[in-house]
Design a protein around this ligand. Sequence first.
Ligand SMILES: Nc1ncnc2c1ncn2[C@@H]1O[C@H](COP(=O)(O)OP(=O)(O)OP(=O)(O)O)[C@@H](O)[C@H]1O
Length: 675
Amino acid sequence: MTASFSPALPWSATSIHPTGEQWQVLNSPARAKLVQALAGTGKTTTLCMKACSLLKRLGPDARVLMLAYSRAGVTAIRDRMSQLQAGLSPQQLDVLTVEQLSEQVLKDQGDPVHRLNDPLRRRFLILQAQQALRQERQPGADGQYSAWLGREVDIDAFLAFEALAKKRLLDQQFEDSGQGLVGFCEDQDLDPELYRLYRRYERMRVGMNHEPQFYADGDCSFELCRQLSLLDWDQPFEWLQGRYAAVLFDELHDLDEAALLVLRKLVQSDNGVFVGAGDFNQHIHAGAFSVFGESLARIKSCLPEDTEVLQINTTRRFGAEICAALNPLFGLNFGHTADRSDAFVRLPYDSDEHCAQQLVELHRQIVQGWRDVQGQKGQHSALNVVLRNPQDSILLEWVFGHEGVHYSCQDLSPFYLRKELALALVWMWVLLPPEAQAAPLLTPGMVAAAVEGRLHLSRSSARAEAADPDVLAQGQFDEAGWTDLPGARESQSLASSLHGDVERVRRYLAQGSLDPNAAHPSAVWAQMLALPPQVLDDAGALCRHPLLRRLVDEAPITAQERRVAQDSLDSLARLARHIPVAEFLGRLTLIATQSIALHQAREAVSLRLLSINACKGREFTFVAVPFVERGRFPGPSSHQEAYLERNRLYVAMTRARAALWVLESATRPVSPGPV
Ligand SMILES: Nc1ncnc2c1ncn2[C@@H]1O[C@H](COP(=O)(O)OP(=O)(O)OP(=O)(O)O)[C@@H](O)[C@H]1O
């Protein structure tokens, strides 16, 4: 049976009629279809049209599953559904990530699914797994462990390894290889120590009887895959059997082995029509593993033999100018329709400050009613600024704040609310003489973020070692120590009691707690709080103070977190250079309170700062991509990961509907391409 379209469209948005390429997808008689398409060509829209048409044909009792790889993808599906004005009930349509679907299936099986979302607790457990490995492997004759086991594991590296191992179903490959662990890792170019630690951590997580204690992100899909892999290749899975009348999968480009297995079983378990759509230029997850590489062959091998592959290259998002800029830069073949017109402007900058000033000018033009080429007024649109690095927002926010720009941040916090920076600001504040402290009274949000920062940077790595060795030896985590962490419980309520009270803040910074029994005194903090008044002459120099740097350098945080914290402090130091602390905090507090007042008055924001993840699958009238510079955006990367950086730039540069401004370094330009 095919879903053939009648002239009466099954949605009410009259402006959206399928294009020729989209009709082909909608009307193809194949039971399984793969759509390979470029950005903005209507992949998500086409899947949504398909869902509407199927549900209209099959009636209100049918259920359709729309899957996306990421949460942003789920949001994009919901956006397109509301654009189509399909008027479907929630009972007819499930819009889920693979992880969310897996969680639902596990819950249907009746097992408790305890989610672990707290990164601090996760880190604590990983260190315990490392401690358990140490216990198992006795130290050498000199009383020392191997160099690797002797030092604390890099949590980022572990998490990346874990994600990769679970996405690739690595244990399965290892068992199939028949090799020893070291030989297998050599062949696969993997770190054997990380693999050992991963295996130990997993054994502790799921226990001897395979009853997972908790599920961190990705673990539900992993558990479902474990169950699915016990079945024969084409054997259906009872918990997925006949659940849906159709399965429509967006963001196919991010598909990994685990998601592919779930997909295969969905298709084999009598869930009607399958349509998957993806754009391989949009695979951006660091350390992630896509089954695709360069071709669709892998996924095709898991789908019925008559699976049809269709292409859509005509973008509906932007017009000729942006296409003409993107095609040579990325080596692509975007087509456009005659009814879309747009603008592409490349703006060279010679310093970060110059780049920021150009953004202020663009924002001014948009607020004053920038006209796009179609003659539509862009008066009510915001300028959307896509950033590769969170630390790049610091200067921009400072400049926007001074210019009175009402901005918001998506998938980023305002810089003065980031833990490390808020901690530096609160520290500066308590160093001020009493008569100066009232004027730059920091906001409660900054104090709350600083409390988090104090906890985060000064946690002792000794805690994992305090775990009960007998509990670890039984292959279990010792979670008893977790709830006893000084300050962990109090942090929420504490911030409000500290706000405005210098003495209490000082005590908290020095002790890590206000409770004398839970105190966690720090020598570095004692020295930081005893600095002489001269340091207050230059807030920039204070941001570079060796004691503050030592705090970050010695903190038990991941290497990547440390890099971001160091870079962020450098950026803060640059903008605070030669400004006395009282003046700097006064200006900053003014920016923060103005922003709070505008949000409270529900003023529409006129500028958005977004991370690349936050803009994936979305589109905006006006987009600016600043700090495009070799080694910065696209960022530095190994040869293997260079394509991820290229793809990040591609995602950022394919979000605009009416105008795209690329602010590019005059001295280290990326273009002329290809990237
Ligand atoms: N047939 C159509 N008629 C009018 N507009 C369309 C049509 N198809 C898609 N669009 C519009 O084109 C834009 C891009 O569509 P959509 O977001 O579905 O593309 P996409 O390929 O999923 O994008 P991305 O690659 O960024 O995820 C949206 O504004 C959508 O409403």
